[in-house]
Design a protein around this ligand. Sequence first.
Ligand SMILES: Cc1cc2nc3c(=O)[nH]c(=O)nc-3n(C[C@H](O)[C@H](O)[C@H](O)COP(=O)(O)O)c2cc1C
Length: 181
Amino acid sequence: MNQNKKILALVGGISKGSINQKLFKAMQEIAPHDYQLEQFDLSQIPFFSQDLEVDPPGLVNQLKEKIKEAHAILFITPEYNRSFPGVFKNAIDWASRPYGQSAWVGKRAGVMGASVGNIGTFGAQHHLRQVLAYLDMKVMGQPEFYLNASHAFDDQGKLMDVKIKELMINYWKSFDRFIYE
Ligand SMILES: Cc1cc2nc3c(=O)[nH]c(=O)nc-3n(C[C@H](O)[C@H](O)[C@H](O)COP(=O)(O)O)c2cc1C
């Protein structure tokens, strides 16, 4: 199978039972055959400090390389207090530095997310979009994907709802068009 289109998934949920990790795996399972959706684990990246930005930790260099070689980035975000979680802000800040050497510039991206609340990460995604726009990224506008995941997955992480699966397939189709338009 020729999986030559590389999408870098960044997932803001790092707990064992994370519903956003489940969403990532479900997106990975239904990825179009020519796509490779690979996650970079953000949980071990130290806190950003400007003292370290000219000689960053190895993981940060790896992240920047993965961003550069990816055709596009897929952000899968939980909602924390109506915003996106700190692990995302930390990774975004690292990869934007040093000044003038940001890995994000011009990158195409998709944003999606799952929470247990009724507005399913609306607040998180819109804060995130604001930051990505500042970083000069091109973020897909439609379709939006806000998932109230309270009953979406079983304990093994299997997607229970066929309608959600259809929305995810549609998301991939639009993302494919958006990345290469
Ligand atoms: C610090 C914190 C803040 C949260 N704030 C929100 C929120 O603003 N909106 C929401 O829908 N859920 C909120 N939740 C609940 C999350 O939706 C829920 O914990 C979800 O499982 C997080 O995603 P994850 O499982 O991928 O980590 C919050 C949870 C935590 C731990």
